[in-house]
Write a protein that binds this ligand. Structure first.
Ligand code: FES
Length: 156
């Protein structure tokens, strides 16, 4: 009697690599990061679900958009392991990522506007330059590059 469990009829890593354009080592890396969870067949070889091709494509696209592995893992956490993600699944994730991207774009545009004032100037004036951080004043707002993160020097 043929064994029709997913474990023994799933996709090989070579096939998934060919379909996604990823190297097998990259696919194993994504597995280590918990982004795909292949089964093992009776011989101990990885066997992937067809939906894993979509998951991996989503991972590649998300990384291209600047999302971290942790952010991608969190977005995929609610998706079922071996069911092909449906339109509603992707729409929900797209909305979530869209909001994050909108915030990042707004932050970059604000930074770009501040940079416009500095181009050709170079004064790095302690009093007037919006990008400069005299006496590490911005530290009061927390860790990281505060002006790049959206804080304004005239509000500190
Ligand atoms: S370098 Fe002169 S205003 Fe920023």
């Amino acid at each position: 009697m043929p064994d029709n469990t997913l474990r023994n009829r799933g996709l090989t890593i070579g096939y998934v690599a060919e379909r996604t354009g990823l190297s097998p080592s990259a696919i194993r890396f994504y597995e280590e990061e918990g982004l795909v969870r292949p089964d093992r067949n009776d011989g101990g070889h990885r066997r992937y679900a067809r939906s894993d091709i979509r998951r991996l494509s989503f991972v590649m696209i998300s990384q291209g958009l600047g999302f971290t592995i942790a952010e991608i893992r969190e977005a995929l956490a609610d998706l079922p392991e071996h069911r092909t993600p449906d339109r509603r699944d992707w729409a929900r994730i797209s909305r979530r990522f869209g909001r994050v991207l909108d915030e990042r774009i707004a932050r970059m545009q604000a930074l770009r506007a501040r940079l416009d004032g500095c181009i050709g100037c170079g004064c790095l004036s302690l009093k007037t330059c919006a990008l400069y951080n005299p006496k590490d004043k911005a530290r009061s707002r927390g860790q990281g590059p505060r002006y790049v993160m959206g804080d304004r020097s005239d509000e500190i």
